[in-house]
Design a binder for this molecule. Structure first.
Ligand code: GLY
Length: 375
């Protein structure tokens, strides 16, 4: 059994921090911090990041029952209706957006508006399935500058699939689940490499379904190992196994998690890409570490033969290191944790707080604190 006693102090620091920052950030949608530690906000409610701040607040509300957190989270969720109704800019990340907000709230309150929002978002995600290629299309025409993205699918997609499993459970209709499983099979075939590193993007012909090529995005190259992409796979495959109980999904989740653990430096905070030279100044990506930690906690808690211990131990070590060395507890930055990398090849958002890094830190801490009662 790991020692997670440190999480009590960490939780107190977190609640103190967010009680303060929630009064600054209110019901806006933070993205990443600027040089002075202030969060920038987006007014485009359709962007993929808009569910993380309300999602983070629901996790805090679950344990504190402080209405400060729930009121803001609900106000954010209501604003997301604009994106849901406009439809035009919606993309595959509707999972990130409505799973962490409406579905989470529905699970806690059984509110029927929350259920309806979750089901509409799931319907949109299912409709993005390209039958001939058996993949969920990530984006829309005009979203990506240099090409037509109708045939593009990305590893992040795995994180959106729980919305589909939930919709099938909720409605009793297996259609959503069929789409999630079919897409997961495509990910296993085309995204997971023989050494269990992962491709970021794969381009298919949207009319014939044929695979055209592997593309890189936020990683160094098509053969490098982008840390956050790897973390999407660790977490996403663990969630796939949670819903399918397919042993191939478990094996893939374990192998990708093993790869991630092997690539961690001694201080347990991943570099932004596992295949760039590691200098003292090479940027880290705490968001990748925290997303992977959550996946390892999901994975480890499903294995009752002792093989899950190493994943839980790795998650505990990564989260503790992030708490101790990357937490903004004693300064007035808006971000909870620093050391995130948004897009290194584009030179954007390096050593910043990212709202999804903050979210997954809170989720990891929340899971670690509840380890005893959930295992
Ligand atoms: N989902 C986009 C990213 O990981 O930056």
């Amino acid at each position: 059994m790991i020692d997670n006693s440190w999480t009590e102090d960490a939780w107190t620091d977190l609640v103190t921090k967010v009680t303060k920052t929630s009064q600054i950030m209110g019901s806006k949608f933070p993205t990443m911090t600027d040089d002075s530690g202030r969060y920038a906000f987006t007014q485009d409610t359709w962007r993929w990041v808009t569910g993380f701040w309300p999602g983070l607040l629901w996790l805090l509300y679950e344990d504190t029952k402080n209405p400060l957190f729930s009121n803001i989270a609900l106000n954010c969720e209501t604003q997301l209706d604009q994106a849901l109704h406009d439809y035009v800019n919606l993309h595959h990340d509707v999972g990130f957006m409505w799973q962490l907000t409406s579905v989470k709230r529905y699970e806690m309150t059984k509110d029927m508006d929350a259920r309806r929002r979750g089901l509409v978002a799931a319907s949109h995600l299912a409709s993005r399935f390209n039958i001939v290629g058996s993949f969920i299309s990530a984006w829309n025409k005009n979203d990506v500058n240099d090409s037509d993205p109708r045939g593009l699918s990305i590893i992040d997609s795995l994180m959106n699939l729980p919305l589909l499993y939930w919709a099938s459970e909720e409605t009793g209709d297996p259609r959503f689940r069929h789409v999630a499983i079919a897409h997961t099979e495509t990910v296993l075939e085309h995204f997971i490499r023989p050494d269990y590193s992962v491709n970021h993007m794969v381009e298919f012909d949207p009319f014939t379904g044929e695979k055209i090529r592997v593309r890189s995005g936020q990683g160094q190259s098509t053969t490098s190992a982008w840390a956050r992409g790897t973390s999407w796979a660790v977490h996403g495959l663990a969630l796939a196994y949670k819903y399918t109980k397919n042993p191939r999904h478990l094996e893939a989740a374990q192998k990708v998690a093993d790869f991630f653990i092997r690539e961690l430096p001694d201080d347990n905070v991943p570099h932004w890409d596992f295949r760039v030279p590691r200098e003292a100044t090479t940027p880290r990506d705490t968001s990748a570490g925290m997303c992977a930690a959550c996946g390892m906690l999901v994975l480890g808690s499903m294995l009752d033969d002792g093989s899950g211990e190493k994943y839980i131990a790795a998650a505990n070590a990564m989260t503790k290191a992030t708490y101790e060395h990357y937490g903004n507890w004693n300064n007035d930055s808006d971000g909870i944790i620093r050391g995130g990398t948004f897009n290194h090849p584009a030179g954007l958002g390096i050593d910043v707080s990212l709202i999804y890094g903050d979210y997954y830190y809170v989720e990891a801490l929340h899971r670690l604190r509840h380890l005893k009662s959930t295992r």
